[in-house]
Design a protein around this ligand. Sequence first.
Ligand SMILES: Nc1ncnc2c1ncn2[C@@H]1O[C@H](COP(=O)(O)OP(=O)(O)O)[C@@H](O)[C@H]1O
Ligand SMILES: [Mg+2]
Length: 327
Amino acid sequence: MTAPVLSVRNLQVEFETRRGMLRAIDSVSYDIAKGEVLGVVGESGAGKSVTGLAVIGLIDPPGRISGGEILLSGLRIDNLPPEEMRKVRGKRIGMIFQDPLTSLNPLYRVGDQIIETIKTHTNLTDQQARKRAIDLLAEVGIPAPEKRIDGYPHEFSGGMRQRVVIALALCAEPELIIADEPTTALDVSVQAQIISLIKRLGRDHGTAVMLVTHDMGVIAETCDRVAVMYAGRVAEIGPVQEVIKNPLHPYAKGLMGAIPTLAGEDKRLVQIPGAMPRLSAIPPGCSFNPRCSSAFDRCRVDRPEPLRQGTQAVACHLYDRATETAA
Ligand SMILES: Nc1ncnc2c1ncn2[C@@H]1O[C@H](COP(=O)(O)OP(=O)(O)O)[C@@H](O)[C@H]1O
Ligand SMILES: [Mg+2]
């Protein structure tokens, strides 16, 4: 058995603030296999971006990884010296953020940025790198790439810019791509194209993808598996069709209830009353317990750990044998 491309083990991330230590990520674990797209979903503040930043080693002080391990193809990367990590980033892990302009320098032609990145990570000559850059731009769907390669970022539309960023992320043929809300800033009509492009990466390049989004529709269409995050923890993880059709965690049930149907009619908008707690006020026990209609005594005391349920894993006491026998 080969090691997963990404393995996150009991990851903990803390931020030192004036009001004390806040734990943004609390014992998060998951794997992503070669060619697999893992969706990470959950409402704003759930810890999706911080998880991605931890994997690429970009948590800035006063934040820090305070526990757990991150392995890339079996080797630990969470404790690498910054210089080593900089090499891993870009070469072995590609990044796509919400705003393409965070990844593109407005002062340089897009081709020069791609060519420079290719040359950093390969032994290609200028001419070969330019050829490869044009091929990459073509692959991500930029029309007339041999002309557009000499354009500046502002000469591209939002969707085309995000394609350039994806080409940039692909330059070094990374094992893993982290895409954090890659379509949120784009027109709806363009979103689907970018998503199908990301989906193709796994298929054509064997790239493992972590796709962060709050859009369950995108998850349903793109991902092999999905992790539902809540208040810095994984509430549920499993194959996307299972989790959508048969969500186990009460929070996931609410979230799946909120997916509009394909036809657009009968939007089963199940509102979960209340809001996710702030990090400074995470309740004891299960962090979802104040909003959970199924909560019982243990949920207010004991923090649930992920339990296997078939192909899914769920952090909820409702699925604990010990609970059943005690009840
Ligand atoms: N630099 C920071 N300092 C303090 N808290 C932070 C910092 N960055 C993120 N957080 C906190 O970590 C939690 C998770 O944030 P984030 O991962 O960005 O959520 P999201 O799921 O919306 O991407 C939030 O409560 C956020 O306020
Ligand atoms: Mg985010």
